[in-house]
Design a protein around this ligand. Structure first.
Ligand code: UDP
Length: 335
């Protein structure tokens, strides 16, 4: 009885694999290594380098490894890139997900957990946003994910496949034991960028505008620690195995921090006053988005362990140092 983790060599997926191992499960990773890293997959866990939309491959893996559940992380996730390459996003995130779901149905896999996103809400009218708010994504990325939510909904009605959709808010931090973390080069996420600035791996950073209708004018987000996020997937797996109905839950702490708050925490935790410049708005950024997490707590029994921004920042700093050492050692030069 194994669990197929697509994208298990990536940021969130590699944390999921560790969580599954820690729980005594047998994960199997399918990843094309387009953004993931083979080294992020723990020793002893099978890594299949391939495409999650390849029906012949997935069918074979399900049969050979006795897969009973699929946790689907693999996706393209860069919002501005989705604006310039919408068809690439619909192909990868939507069309290929259809093939994966079809394999699950054909091969009798009954449990499916899907990584969705707060981007399905677009710019919510009120915060915290509940799962029943209107779904009005503003980017091809958000739409490419929402269509998968719909496919799962329809498929679950027609076939013996139950699913949990988890809508992630802003994922940050790293494995508390330092085994994995956010390793993508050229990452654009706020905490990653600020941490790189604090460590001198970049000269400084920009704040994308302070003219939003928020208390300090910068955007408000809900930052969820990555281990807490993957723990929600473990809760979802248990829920499905216990016979729970298909379900959609937000994953966040129901707390909003502004961009300036986050930069302040990174400066404080690192002890470095790195340069910050003010620039214009980044297209597609909602002013504020904060999760209601009542449902994930009540239905899945999820309770966070790392709901503390300085802790999240400290983990991100520790991981960035390790990553930098790894890159420096493997290149033999200091970058
Ligand atoms: N942000 C920023 N400077 C950066 C990166 C991000 O001001 O270098 C802001 C961004 O405009 C947004 C917030 O930080 O308001 C969170 O952005 P991120 O890319 O981390 O996540 P998103 O909310 O877009 O998924």
């Amino acid at each position: 009885m194994s669990v197929l983790v697509t994208g298990g060599a990536g940021y969130i997926g590699s944390h999921m694999v560790l969580e599954l191992l820690d729980a005594g499960e047998k994960p199997l990773v399918l990843d094309n290594l387009s953004t993931g890293f083979a080294w992020a997959v723990p020793e002893g866990v099978p890594l299949i380098i391939g495409d999650f939309g390849d029906e012949a491959l997935v069918t074979k893996l399900i049969a050979e490894h006795g897969i009973t559940a699929i946790i689907h992380f693999a996706a393209k996730i860069v919002v501005p890139e989705s604006v310039s390459d919408p068809l690439g996003y619909y192909e990868n995130n939507t069309a290929k997900a259809r093939n994966l779901i079809a394999c699950a149905v054909k091969c009798g896999v009954q449990h499916f957990i899907f990584s969705s996103t707060a981007a399905v809400y677009g710019e919510p009218k009120a915060n915290p946003v509940t799962e029943s708010e209107p779904l009005l994504p503003v980017s091809p990325y958000g739409r490419s994910k929402l269509m998968v939510e719909w496919m799962l909904e329809d498929t679950s009605r027609a076939h013996d496949l139950r699913h949990v959709v988890l809508r992630y808010f802003n994922v940050a931090g790293a494995d508390p034991k330092g085994r994995t973390g956010q390793s993508t080069p050229n990452a654009t996420h706020l905490i990653k960028v600020a941490v790189q600035a604090a460590l001198g791996h970049r000269k400084g950073m920009e704040v994308f505008s302070t003219d939003y209708p928020t208390p300090d004018g910068s955007c408000l987000r809900d930052y969820i620690q990555v281990t807490d996020l993957v723990r929600a997937h473990m809760d979802a797996l248990r829920y499905l195995r216990q016979g729970g109905d298909s379900l959609t839950c937000n994953c966040g702490y129901a707390k909003g921090y502004s961009v300036l708050d986050v930069i302040g925490v990174v400066k404080k935790v690192s002890g470095v006053d790195f340069p910050v410049t003010l620039s214009g708005r980044r297209p597609g950024d909602p002013a504020a988005i904060v999760a209601s997490n009542t449902r994930v707590r009540e239905k899945l029994g999820w309770t966070p362990l790392f709901d503390d921004l300085p802790t999240i920042v400290k983990q991100a700093l520790d991981w960035e140092r390790r990553l930098h050492n790894r890159l420096t050692q493997s290149n033999g030069v200091k970058k």
